[in-house]
Design a binder for this molecule. Sequence first.
Ligand SMILES: N[C@@H](CC=O)C(=O)O
Length: 319
Amino acid sequence: MKYDKKTAKAHSRATMKGIWAAALMPFKDDLSVDEDGFRRNVDHWIGDLKIDGFFITGKQGEFFSMSLDERKRSFELAVDACAGRAQTIMSCSDQNMDVVIELAKHAEKVGADYIVVHAPVLHFFKAQDETLLNYYRTIADKVDIGIALWSHPDSGYLMSPQLCSQLADIENVVAIKYSVPRPMYKDLTRLAGDRILVSTASEEEWLDNIVELGWQLYLCSSPPYLIQTKNDTRMRQYTDLAFAGDIDKARAVRDSLDPVRAALKDTRPAEKPHSHQKYWQDLLGQTGGRVRPPLLELTEEEKRATRVAFEACGLKIAD
Ligand SMILES: N[C@@H](CC=O)C(=O)O
């Protein structure tokens, strides 16, 4: 690690910037991890798309269908593939806190930049805040690496801005992906923006969050590599324009991506986000690959509809 526990917050503020994407994990036909495909994707994502950092083996990366050994191996693979050209944030989320801690220690050992720990599913509705404070404090106590929180509806509840502000006091809690309605993340930015980097999932809101909330970091999911190509880096462009203060131009570039967003959204079966995104990757020339059961693959008809929308969406593929 390039920092210690005491300097984790300062280090993250100085270096955790720009566009971070959540890597999908490609699986081969026999459902083993496609390490070569993953490396090719990472090379393209960094070299051509200039993505600044990656979530590894999180929800997008299908952590829930990977063994502990595979998850550990994926951290090593990601550090090696990024080779210092982009930063890594390893997903250590699990319902079992011992597993979270074991993964966190492994991430630290193999040279990850940060870890993310999702808010867990709680099987009761009493003293939730106290439980979550205890949960994150216990994990943070065991490692020095900077921790990002992720609160999102899958947990069955959303952490309140007041709770997140308390969690922001933990020495090595450095960031949060706060997948909540805008008023909530605006509140948290006001309450704790000096102690924690606040971000949210929505790509549509990213530009406004730079301009209106002064955000420096976008903890995204897959859009950075699904709505951009080597010859069409409009997301990177509008981000850089906004950081440079050229807001009108940034808005025009952002809005020009609306047909691409619509093509992706309108063809995605609600129950098949992973296989749909992986098929879109295949269309882009990246390595998408299979999903692991119980996730569902696209039908031939769903693929056809996606292909038609992809070809008409205006994303520039060739030189
Ligand atoms: N979208 C990410 C968010 C982080 O934890 C993921 O795929 O897990």
